[in-house]
Ligand binder design. Structure first.
Ligand code: PBG
Length: 330
């Protein structure tokens, strides 16, 4: 490291003295374009249902969805991510609702593309957990989550989402080899321009709890996801996961959760020079939101957290706050 000068000639506080000077040397900035807004979908008409585990976040019926999309657009948020709350009656062991051309996600993609054209990107999760009665991301046989058999379904789910008009396919299932198989399937069917954002680094985390309540997969989840999601004690393994997904043809990678894993974001950025998205997951959101609501910490702490993602090297942040950025970015 180069150290130029020393005290008393060198005074680091000199450049911090005035606001203009702090702005002048600022290394990172935040704008609406740095965010992705997740949206929870529910069936029915004219619905906006509060989610108990996530204060300030709602499930929207498709006819109501423009209420929240318009808020994101006002702040130039470039992309939304769709997550369905599936009626329990439609869930089964194989998660077959995932391949229903008339499922909630399909209908939402069509409606949103119809209204907003390409003014906002749509990203969809590829995984079976919103649709399986056991709450796991893949097929299950004698308590084992099957890898290759699950991929056969995931490629169909991806293709269907692309056919509906989804722009970014985001496999969040953590099966081995799925990125390459999805890329092949998309290309074979003329969707070579559809992007893949792999949840390359997805840890088996306690911070997903409120999300599972939001999509209704918590009550049904049997066991944990440790045989496919990563062990959070590991760093090198994250780098290997990214290397594999890059080789298989992913366009962007996700690190999830966000704030406890800034070391991973920084390292991916340095090693791969690929767009990295950080997911500020439901547990992180709820923790922060509750503390701010109770005035334990002030509103600026939200901005500070977002800046930590940018400073670590994230190109964008997936956040449940992305419909309320005018109050945060100021
Ligand atoms: C589904 C999925 C999960 C999240 C995003 N996609 C939950 C899980 O893997 O159990 C979590 C998002 C959040 O907590 O905000 N595979």
């Amino acid at each position: 490291m180069i150290i130029i000068g020393k005290y008393p000639k060198l005074r680091m506080r000199r450049s911090r003295k005035e606001d203009w000077s702090r702005r002048l040397i600022r290394e990172n900035t935040l704008s609406g374009s740095d965010f992705v807004l997740p949206i929870f979908l529910t069936d029915g008409k004219n619905k906006k249902i509060g989610i108990k585990s996530m204060n300030g976040v709602y499930r929207y019926s498709i006819d109501n969805i423009s209420k929240i999309i318009d808020k994101a657009l006002k702040n130039k948020v470039p992309m939304i991510a769709l997550f369905p709350h599936t009626n329990t009656k439609l869930k089964n062991v194989n998660g077959s609702e995932a391949l229903n051309e008339n499922n909630l996600v399909s209908k939402a993609i069509v409606a949103i593309k119809n209204k907003y054209k390409n003014n906002i990107g749509i990203m969809c999760d590829v995984a079976l957990d919103p649709y399986t009665s056991h709450g796991h991301d893949g097929l299950i046989k004698k308590k084992e989550i099957l890898n290759d058999e699950t991929i056969k379904i995931l490629i169909k789910q991806s293709l269907m989402q692309a056919q509906m008009g989804c722009d970014v396919i985001a496999p969040s299932d953590m099966m081995d080899g799925r990125v390459g198989e999805i890329r092949n399937e998309l290309d074979k069917n003329g969707f070579e321009k559809i992007q893949i954002l792999s949840y390359a680094v997805k840890y088996s985390s306690s911070f997903y709890g409120p999300f599972r309540n939001a999509v209704g997969s918590n009550s049904s989840l049997k066991g944990d996801k440790k045989t496919y999601q990563m062990d959070y004690s590991n760093f090198d393994e994250a780098i290997r996961e990214v290397a594999l997904d890059v080789k298989e043809g992913t366009d962007m990678v996700m690190v999830k959760p966000g704030m406890p894993y800034l070391d991973i974001i920084r390292s991916i950025k340095e090693n791969f020079k690929i767009p990295v998205l950080a997911y500020q997951v439901s547990g992180e959101y709820s923790m922060l939101h509750n503390a701010v609501n109770k005035k334990i910490i002030n509103n600026d702490s939200i901005y500070e957290v977002f800046m930590s993602f940018k400073r670590a090297g994230a190109n964008a942040i997936i956040s449940y706050y992305a419909d309320r950025l005018d109050k945060i970015l100021k």
